[in-house]
Design a protein around this ligand. Sequence first.
Ligand code: HEM
Length: 529
Amino acid sequence: MKITGDEVSVFIDSYNETIPYPRKVARKSHKIFRKSSRRRFESVDRTWGLPLQGIATWALGKNLCVNFDTMREKHGDIFTVGLLHKNLVVLSNWELVRDIFERNEISGRPEGIISRKLAFGRMGIAAAEGSFWQDNRRFTVRILKDFGFGKREVMNSMIQDAALTLCRFLGENQHKPQDLGPRLNLAIINIIWRMIADKQLSHDDAKMQDIMIKIEEVFNDANHLRFFDLFPFLVYLWPPALRACRRMDRSVTTLSKIFSEEIKDHKKNLSLSEDPKDFIDAYLTEMARQKARGEINPNFSEFELQVIISDLFIAGSETTTNTIRWCVLFLLCHPEIQEKLQAEVDSVVGPDRLPSLDDRDRMQYTQAFMMEVLRLGVMLPVGAPHAATEDTEVAGFLFPKGTIVFANVWACHMDPKFWPDPGKFDPGRFLNPDGTLKTKVPSYFPFSLGKRQCPGESVALMEIFLFMAIFMQKFTFRTTIGLPHPKPESVPSLPLNHPQPFQFLVGERKLWNKSDSLFIVPDPPTSNW
Ligand code: HEM
C-alpha cells in the first residue's frame, strides 16, 4: 500500500522552506516534488513558525511515542519535525515503514554525540553506515546464525543454565518481596558472553559486574544526553551534561578494555585448523583467511571486532532483560493468564524435565503471550533513528540527504485499525480460532523492519521463551501484600521502554517435588557452538 497524496491532510506549499539545505539539493528536490506534486510531508513546525515544537518534543518530551502520535492525529502518517539544523521525519504506518526501511539509502544512522562516543565515530554495526556496516553486519549475522543462534541445542542448554541460576535465587527468597534485580541482567549478559567468548562467569565475577554496570550507565547517560545530541556545543555550558559525557567516555573505555583483553587472549590460542568455538574466534579466523588469500578487507579489524562486541552487549542485554521484566509485570496484573501459561507448560512439558526450545511449536499460547508483551511493552517505542545517506525518493516522498527517520512502532502497535481495543492485554489476538499462532501479523514490528532489522531477534525470542517457560513451570508470581498493586506502566526514557520498578512474591508450585527437580542444572554444553 502506498500513502496517497489525499491522505496527507494539509497541503504545505514548500517543504524546502522549513529545512535549510544546500541550494543544489533544493533545486533537485523541487524537480522531484513537481514529479509527484501531491506527495509531500506535513510539516509540524509550520504551525509554530519556528521549529520549537520539534525541539521541545524531541528533547524534553517524556513520552516521545505518545507525543508523536498526537501529532500524527493532526498531520497524518508521515510528517516532519524540524529541529533547527536537522530534519526529522516520523512514520506511523507500518507499510510505509516496511517500504522505506527496506531501502539502503534510508539505512544510514544520524551523526550524534552519543553514537560518536559509543561507536568510536562510525565503527561496529549499530552506528555504522555504508560498506563498513554492510560487511560487518552481514558477517556478524552469518556467524551468529551458523555458530550460535542456529545451533539450537547449544543455545538451549546455555539459556536453561542461565534461567535456572536465576530460579535458584528466586526460590531462595520465595515468599519475600523481591524483584528480578541485577540477577536477570547478569543471566542475560552471561549468555551473550558465552556466545562471544565461550566462557561462563559467575554472577559475582568483577568483569560481569563491570559489564552490567557500564551498560546501565550508558543507557542512563544516553537518555540524559539526547537534547545535546542536537546541540553538542551546549554540553560545555551545562555541567550535568558534561559529567554524563565524561561518564559515558569512562564506561566505554572500561568496556573496550575488557573486550580487547579477551580478543588478545583469543589471538594467543587461535588455531586456524580447528572450527571456531565462539564469535571472537570466527572473526579472527576470517581476518587471517583474508590475509592468507591476499584479499584484506579494510572493513575488518580487531578494533572493529571490539566495537561489534560492545554493540552486541549494548543492543542485546537491556532489551531482552526489560522484555522479561515486562512479561513478569503483565503476569502480576493478569493472574488468569499466568494460570493458562502454567497449564500449557504442565501439559506439554510436565514436571519431569525442563522446557526446551523444541517445545516452542507446541506452546503456542506462551508464544502468543510473548508477542503481546512485545506489542504493548515494545522495547524501542520509536525504534532506532535511521538517516538518509543521499537524496532519495521512496513511496513518492523525498528524503533529502541527512534526513533523520523514526518509525513510531508504539503507534503502529496501538493502531485500532489493526488492534481492536489496543490497550487491552490479550495474548489471544495472536492466535487463530484453532489455537495456532498467527504467522503474518500486520502493523507489528517490535524488532523493526527492513535492512536494519534486529539481527538478534531469534536469540532474544529463544531467551524470552525459555525464561518464561521455566519460570511458569517452577513458580507462581504474586503481587506483594501491603504494597500498591503494580501497574503495567513504563518509566519514560529513551531509547528504551523500561517497566516501572516493581516487586513480587514467588511461590514454588505445589506440583513440584523440590528435592528432585526444582533446581537441576543441565550438563554444560561441550562447546558453545
Ligand atoms: C527483546 C529484545 C530485543 C529487541 C526488542 C530488539 C530490538 C531492536 C531494534 C528495534 C533495533 C533497531 C533496528 C533499526 O534500526 O531499525 C535493533 C537493532 C539491533 N539489535 Fe536488537 N533487539 C533485541 C535484542 C537483541 C539481541 C539479543 C541482540 C544481539 C545479541 C541484538 C542486536 C542488535 C544489533 C547489533 C542491532 C543494530 C542493527 C543494525 O544497526 O544494523 N538485539 N534491535
